[in-house]
Design a binder for this molecule. Structure first.
Ligand code: NAI
Ligand code: OAA
Length: 345
């Protein structure tokens, strides 16, 4: 027996460390983003249980994804009655629920429908998994994150360190476009994208890109690159011509953000990310996307934005009024109470 114990002890030292395992819930799992995101999450070594919730089609999506031969157990939940079970015990909740844009619309045009959806889901999180980390994809992110925060705050369970607006797609796009210009593998490109997630509020700090942009690029070319990153969502909306907005690249971006959250949650040390969070980084803007350091409890540090060149500073000033307006619109929606939610349905 002693010999066996000794062998087991030695074997346990030889085993590679096992990642921590978490329950992750996707709300809006049957949608254009939700389906590929669920597939990517099923491949995560950090997930023991994948909870797929939607108001339609989740039985089929869950059955399909559950046949992938990876470890995460998959369960589908359909309709509001099943939201409590979908959320119970969740460590991370990712929310791509809501309508997408059609050509000619702004993200803010989605407010009337998506604000009510997000509010209802926030009430569910407050009641059934109040300590979960929450990653909001539903647009307009600049307003849906404040809506979510206000609901959690009123329920007495808000911890801003665990509430995120997902802006990873902006970073992913900036990496992709810059890699084409500098001829590098996108994995070797880093570039901060800060602010919010709509038009001018998306601020890529190209002057901090690594590798640096070629010195031969003119001011006009740099400006055009910034504008392309800011309008990349619209580029996809137009290319899809009425069939929705970015789904596949968004699923990739959200899976990458989820991976960072789960690694931080599991105690893998400080994890670097960007996300739209409650913040005092910029005076007068209570929410802002900044470089973050994530740890076990969520946001450990909101890092400085770093130096901006003249073009970036000008854009930074230009975004402030729009971003603040979107934040206040979200906060006021919750302050007005259920009547506003009913009107938005
Ligand atoms: N943050 C970002 O970078 C991005 C955000 N988005 C946003 O993500 C959202 C989803 O986009 P898609 O997946 O393309 O839309 P979609 O219409 O394909 O899917 C949305 C899903 O949400 C579900 N849903 C609606 N109400 C719900 C509720 N109360 N509870 C649970 N699920 C509900 C629908 O049944 C549908 O399956 C949109 O608001 C879109 O603008 C899209 C791309 C990038
Ligand atoms: O553009 C949209 O409506 C969807 C979105 O947020 C993006 O692709 O960045």
């Amino acid at each position: 027996m002693a010999a066996l114990n000794r062998i087991q002890k030695i074997a346990s030292h030889l085993d590679p460390p096992k990642p921590h395992k978490f329950k992750v819930a996707v709300l809006g799992a049957a949608g254009g983003i939700g389906q590929p995101l669920s597939m990517l999450l099923k491949m995560s070594p950090y997930i023991s249980e994948l909870s797929l919730y939607d108001v339609m089609n989740t039985p089929g999506v869950a059955a399909d994804v559950s046949h992938m031969s990876t470890a995460a157990r998959v369960k589908g939940y359909l309709g509001a009655d099943q939201l409590p079970a979908a959320l119970a015990g969740a460590n991370l909740v990712i929310i791509p629920a809501g309508v997408p844009r059609k050509p000619g619309m702004t993200r803010d045009d989605l407010f009337n429908i998506n604000a009510g959806i997000v509010r209802t889901l926030a009430e569910g999180v407050a009641a059934h998994c109040p300590t979960a980390w929450v990653a909001i994809i539903s647009n307009p992110v600049n307003s849906t994150v404040p809506i979510f925060a206000e609901v959690l705050q009123r329920a007495g369970v808000l911890d801003p360190k665990r509430l995120f607006g997902v802006t990873t797609l902006d970073v992913v796009r900036a990496e992709a476009f810059i890699s084409e210009i500098v001829g590098a593998d996108p994995r070797d490109v880093s570039v901060p994208v800060v602010g919010g997630h709509a038009g001018v509020t998306i601020l890529p700090l190209l002057s901090q890109a690594r590798p640096s942009l070629p010195a031969s690029m003119t001011a006009e070319q740099r400006k055009a690159l910034m504008t392309r990153i800011q309008d990349a969502g619209t580029e996809v909306v137009q290319a899809k011509a009425g069939a929705g907005s970015a789904t596949l690249s968004m699923a990739y971006a959200a899976a990458r953000f989820a991976d960072s959250c789960l690694r931080a949650m599991g105690g893998e040390g400080a994890v670097a990310e960007y996300a739209y969070v409650r913040s005092s980084a910029v005076e007068g803007l209570p929410y802002f996307s900044s470089p973050l350091r994530l740890g076990r409890a969520g946001v450990e540090d909101i890092l400085p934005l770093g130096p901006m060149d003249a073009m970036e500073s000008e854009n930074f000033e230009a975004m402030k009024a729009e971003l603040l307006g979107s934040i206040r619109k979200g906060e006021e929606f919750v302050a007005k109470g259920p009547a506003a939610a009913a009107a938005a349905k």
